[in-house]
Design a protein around this ligand. Structure first.
Ligand code: ZN
Length: 405
């Protein structure tokens, strides 16, 4: 397959992702499609902006963007690349500047950060809100800088929440700090406890239970439909425990397997609060998953199914053997990438590819390229942030992997 075909397929998938979904949230599928994008001509600009209220108060956003782009342009100029590249950069920067000066509406923005991807040559113009603050940064290259996104996304698995009680339900999906609610489901036919009339207690009890069962079945079916459109990897059941436990049995198998927690919740809870509760559960799970994977990796090193350190990890990525990549947060190292075959090396001063003899392009951060490569070939990537981060940096060279074979 040619480079062009691959790129077009990635673009098509990105378009499909954007149009199929009712939400403008970043999905794991979008990140995957972004990871495969390249420009053969023109430039790919990635702009990350800190959107915290404090930062927004310090300086007007268009002014900040201008300063950032001017600095980046000067740095590129000093590097003295080809003239036509500078021209592309200039045009793209101007378009971005115009956008932030004339079009961007801050009032509609809820997020701690923002990322803009712009590559006019291949018609890419995408903006995403980010749930956590990011440093102001601009990258210019032949592909999007998605490392920051991957780092954030990895902390936020797409998570479903089902609030359930005996007559109502609410369905939510949370990803990267955004929350969406489906329709509020109501089963008004459930009789109240007060209008028992002349029924015997036992008969009345059974009557109610039939209703509840029907209600639970309907919610389970709605949940199946909702989470088919908005895929999740984790599910939280919320409400009174007796209800969430009873409801769990009604879920289709694949959803039941995704249940990670039962949490107490009131029906009339605000979206913001649901979001906060989900993030709490998420973070506890992440720390636990991190510890488990770290141990699995240690075991893999012992049996020869794992690698540690930059050199060995890049080699494994070059051989497409990486199943799980682990990186200590903030780990950066120089290296080079083959412009012909994509071979990666941590030897930044090497000029020809050991594999195909092609020219190598030096990079200040080969770890970023390693993460991009892993998005394409690995099942998962774990950025180690918790207590294990220091250990990972000091004892394991900051990076490692569990191999497929
Ligand atoms: Zn090569």
């Amino acid at each position: 397959m040619t480079k062009n075909t691959l790129r077009n397929e990635a673009l098509e998938r990105l378009d499909a992702e954007m149009s199929l979904r009712a939400y403008d949230v970043l999905t794991p599928e979008t990140i995957q499609a972004l990871a495969e994008l390249r420009t053969d001509e023109g430039v790919f600009v990635s702009l990350y902006l800190d959107m915290t209220p404090q930062r927004l108060q310090e300086a007007q956003l268009p002014v900040r963007v201008k300063r950032l782009l001017d600095e980046a342009y000067k740095a590129l100029e000093a590097d003295a690349p080809q003239k036509n590249m500078l021209k592309d950069v200039k045009e793209t920067f101007e378009r971005i500047q115009t956008f932030f000066t004339d079009e961007f509406d801050l009032t509609g923005h809820h997020g701690q950060g923002l990322v803009l991807f712009a590559a006019p040559a291949i018609d890419v113009w995408q903006i995403y809100r980010l749930p956590v603050p990011v440093r102001d940064m601009v990258y210019v290259g032949d592909r999007p800088q998605i490392r920051t996104l991957v780092r954030i996304a990895e902390e936020f698995e797409p998570t479903g929440v089902i609030y359930i009680d005996r007559r109502d339900a609410r369905l939510f999906r949370v990803f990267m700090g955004d929350i969406d609610e489906w329709a509020e489901e109501r089963d008004d036919d459930v009789p109240g406890w007060h209008d028992q009339g002349g029924w015997s207690q036992a008969r009345y009890q059974r009557h109610i239970e039939d209703h509840i069962e029907r209600h639970f079945k309907k919610v389970a079916e709605d949940a199946r439909r909702f989470f088919e459109q908005a895929p999740i990897t984790r599910l939280i059941l919320a409400g009174q425990e007796e209800n969430t436990k009873a409801f769990e049995d009604f879920l289709p198998n694949d959803l039941r397997q995704k249940v990670v927690a039962h949490i107490p919740m009131e029906k009339k809870v605000r979206l913001r609060e649901v979001l906060d509760r989900v993030l709490e559960v998420e973070q506890a799970i992440e720390r636990q998953v991190e510890a488990e994977r770290f141990q699995k990796w240690q075991d893999a090193l012992y049996t020869g199914r794992g690698v540690e350190g930059l050199e060995a990890t890049l080699q494994a990525l070059n051989e497409k053997r990486v199943m799980l990549l682990l990186v200590a947060e903030g780990f950066v190292a120089p290296g080079a990438e083959c412009t012909q075959c994509g071979w990666l090396t941590d030897e930044a001063d090497l000029t020809t590819c050991a594999l195909c003899g092609g020219a190598l392009l030096r990079t200040d951060d080969v770890v970023e390229l390693a993460i991009e490569r892993a998005v394409e070939q690995a099942d998962d990537i774990d950025v180690i942030r918790g207590d294990l981060r220091a250990k990972m940096l000091e004892e394991a060279g900051g990076i490692g992997a569990i191999l497929r074979y």
